[in-house]
Write a protein that binds this ligand. Structure first.
Ligand SMILES: Nc1ncnc2c1ncn2[C@@H]1O[C@H](COP(=O)(O)OP(=O)(O)OP(=O)(O)O)[C@@H](O)[C@H]1O
Length: 271
């Protein structure tokens, strides 16, 4: 679906992404690696947020590959590559439904009139509602987004990323800040959307990565050091020394240094 060849990004003297050859198929592929490995930079190159120093990004349409290296973020999204962000990206004062409807309109032909609330946008509303049903937020449709818990906000971000029916989903730490009670729900949602989308997931929670992934790619200092099924990657000595550091299932916080926040740190705090 999405392919890179020799993809490279230099920031001054630092090579953040180093000659990466990568191809995402119709699968759930996780991209892991230590802090600073280049994961976010790689996402930014795939989505046109950053221009590469070298290399190409291509998107598959049937038997053909379209070079989208120079496409803007908007053009990349229009071609069916959507992403969710590490940092919450919702309009807090708008309702949950409005947030998704705006994303549907932005993906459609009404991007200049996104906030107009008139009946002929019914189609967008219906499509937005369907996304909320998919992520399990239909009962919160009319609530302001600010009243959602961290976990529910993450689900809303996935619904926003689904708006416009992309073929490729790039999910950037969809579990960041999610309480331990909601982690399983978000994990199930990630697996569910992978049924009909090619998904590239950046995730620090190794239990989730090992559980949901069809394939795991490991970045270290901008380069791919391992690529394969989760069990092979977990057993790879290079990966163990660069990143996992003795990871055993159920011990992720010790392995990655990551922690999940309490839901109460969020503004709304609704479970
Ligand atoms: N705009 C920038 N200017 C200069 N250096 C940058 C810029 N963005 C990222 N870097 C550097 O590039 C390297 C890769 O950063 P990046 O954020 O892509 O890593 P990451 O794997 O996403 O890390 P994390 O897991 O902490 O999110 C880091 O050394 C970072 O400091």
């Amino acid at each position: 679906m999405l392919r890179t060849r020799g993809l490279t990004k230099d920031f001054g003297g630092l090579t953040a992404v180093d000659s990466v050859d990568f191809e995402l198929g119709t699968e759930l592929c996780s991209l892991i690696g230590p802090n600073g490995a280049g994961k976010t930079t790689f996402f930014n190159l795939l989505t046109g947020v950053l221009e590469p120093t070298d290399g190409t990004v291509s998107l598959r349409h049937g038997d053909d590959w379209e070079d989208i290296t120079d496409a803007s973020p908007h053009e990349t999204a229009q071609r069916g590559v959507h992403r969710s962000y590490q940092v919450t990206n919702v309009f807090p004062e708008r309702t949950v439904l409005e947030n998704v409807r705006v994303a549907e309109q932005a993906a459609g032909d009404d991007s200049l009139t996104v906030w107009r609330n008139v009946d002929h946008f019914e189609g967008y509303t219906e499509r937005a509602y369907a996304k909320l049903e998919r992520v399990g937020l239909a009962d919160r449709a009319e609530d302001p987004a600010s009243t959602l818990s961290h976990g529910a906000k993450r689900k809303l971000e996935v619904a926003i990323a689904l708006a416009g029916d992309p073929s490729v989903l790039l999910l950037d730490e969809p579990n960041a800040g999610v309480s331990s009670e909601s982690v399983d729900e978000v994990r199930d949602l990630i697996r569910d959307v992978a049924d009909d989308h090619a998904v590239l997931l950046v995730e620090h929670n190794m239990d989730i990565v090992m559980d949901v992934s069809d394939r795991v790619v490991v970045l270290h200092q901008g380069a791919v050091i391992a690529d394969g099924p989760p069990e092979d990657v977990r057993a790879n000595p290079d990966v163990q020394s660069a990143y996992l550091g003795g990871y055993e299932p159920g011990t992720l916080d010790e392995a990655t240094g990551d922690a999940t926040d309490d839901e109460s740190t969020d503004s709304g705090g609704v479970a």
